[in-house]
Design a protein around this ligand. Sequence first.
Ligand code: SF4
Length: 91
Amino acid sequence: MPDPNPDRIGPSPSPDFSRAAGGLRVSVDLNRCQAYAQCCYAAPDHFVLHGAEALHYDPAPTAAARDAIERARVACPVQAILVEDAGNGRP
Ligand code: SF4
């Protein structure tokens, strides 16, 4: 007998493990970075410029830093900052 409600047939949505984990993965393309320091102003707890060119940054901030990291990403004039959800370590 055919299912009277075919809309309920199909794969279940998979859980979003990356959201559940909540952490972030940050990387900066240092070939693109021109040391403008806008990220350091936007998120000083996560981006620090040492000297004229050495940018130090937190590659694995917690979810609580998401807003600050996003401000830094948007502020970068050369779009050198990549932000991803860290996921849960599963492939
Ligand atoms: S704002 Fe962009 S270019 Fe400037 S220091 Fe940060 S990553 Fe580098």
